[in-house]
Design a protein around this ligand. Structure first.
Ligand code: SF4
Length: 373
């Protein structure tokens, strides 16, 4: 049974695990929340030790054929765009390697012409000798198209559903193949069938009531834990940030509620990874790390070429699929536009030091492809 069936019946039928999760995200007193935080801390310690995996995103391209109203890369936004050459990708990766990272997430907009399967395979193949852990966050693909990317050396796939509400999804995704809600929803299973061993899912918080998104996300986690039992499942809880296009979040989730959500996920699913990005500000990130988070990005740039200022000589704007030479506006930085603004711009070594100060060991590498063949 596809997950869509579970999702569409969620209002009428919830598993006992999801019902328990629903109670965990209900409003709580301070004392109840503190008790949840202690349980969550203990479970995280038991399952993951005093560790925090650190990774960095490497943006390959900000070309996209979709219009997602909340995203700076949307095709109708007149932003500065670039797709890095494989050599430029290697230069960006070398910078991250120097900074200590051994786990990277390759991110690209969805554009078959600029970000083809062949291009992705070449990028992964070039980086595999440098990084023991490579994950990708790209437009959904068929299983057969994922297989060569796994063979080239990628082991993780991240695909956020953005919102689990069909009507909201249709309203926010106004053009492009991403309009197909079910195809996106089934991506983690296709990726698992292709051999990916880390599957990352998430909802973009700010598009709908966070409680409804969280319940659907929990049901999705439960489903994937049963169907893709050999994979590690990770969950991200990104909150919307300002981006080109000026979309304003329609809903909000307060810091306290975000902390409660992290604890609820940890208590309901002790074995899953929970990811925290640089979308959140430093003080909040420092407070959340000991609650249940197991993986953090650090020192992130969301613009292709952002680490080393690569790709500047082929910056352009794209209008209806045609490349237009850029005319720069006064004061505009001659760098590709980022996907969204980050809040925590501390360099990786400062984030590592902040983790150590809280008794956590930053882990730059916890996977070695050669050990598993
Ligand atoms: S969210 Fe993804 S698919 Fe949508 S416009 Fe941004 S990069 Fe493209």
């Amino acid at each position: 049974m596809p997950f869509a069936e579970t999702l569409d019946n969620l209002a009428l039928r919830k598993s006992s695990a999801v019902r328990r999760f629903e109670q965990l995200i209900a409003p709580k007193s301070d004392a109840e929340l503190e008790s949840m935080a202690q349980t969550s801390r203990a479970l995280t310690l038991r399952n993951f030790g005093r560790t925090m995996r650190l990774f960095a995103p490497l943006y390959l391209s900000n070309e996209c054929i979709n219009n997602c109203r909340y995203c700076g890369f949307s095709r109708d936004n007149p932003i500065l765009r670039v797709t890095l050459s494989v050599e430029e990708v290697i230069a960006e990766a070398a910078y991250l390697l120097d900074a200590g990272f051994r786990q990277i997430l390759l991110v690209a907009g969805e554009h078959p012409k600029f970000v083809s399967g062949e291009y992705l395979i070449e990028c992964v193949r070039a980086l595999a000798p440098m990084f023991p852990s490579i994950a990708i966050e790209i437009g959904p693909m068929k299983t057969d198209d994922y297989v060569p990317i796994v063979r080239a050396g990628a082991e993780g796939l991240v695909v956020y559903q953005e919102t689990y509400q069909r009507g909201v999804y249709a309203d926010l995704h106004t053009a492009g193949p991403k309009r197909d809600f079910d195809y996106r929803l089934d991506s983690p299973e296709r990726a698992y069938a292709a051999g990916f061993r880390r599957l990352g899912i998430g909802a973009l918080l700010g598009l709908w009531r966070w409680q409804d998104e969280a319940i659907a996300l929990a049901a999705h986690v439960e489903y994937l834990l049963q169907r893709c039992w050999q994979a590690q499942i990770t969950v991200s809880l990104p909150r919307l940030r300002p981006a080109a296009g000026g979309f304003r979040p329609l809903f909000s989730i307060r810091d306290r509620e975000l902390a409660q959500l992290i604890c609820a996920l940890r208590i309901a699913f002790p074995q899953i990874g929970i990811v925290l990005s640089t979308r959140e500000r430093p003080a909040l990130r420092d407070a959340l790390v000991s609650l249940g988070v197991t993986m953090m990005s650090a020192g992130s740039h969301t613009e292709p070429g952002g680490y080393t200022r690569r790709g500047l000589d082929h910056l352009h704007r794209t209008v209806r699929g045609r490349i237009i030479p850029p005319e720069f506006q006064d004061g505009e930085d001659k760098l590709a536009t980022g996907q969204f603004e980050i809040s925590d711009d501390r360099p990786p070594e400062r984030i590592a030091a902040a983790l150590r100060a809280r008794g956590l060991e930053p882990v730059w590498k916890d996977w070695e492809q050669t050990l598993t063949g």
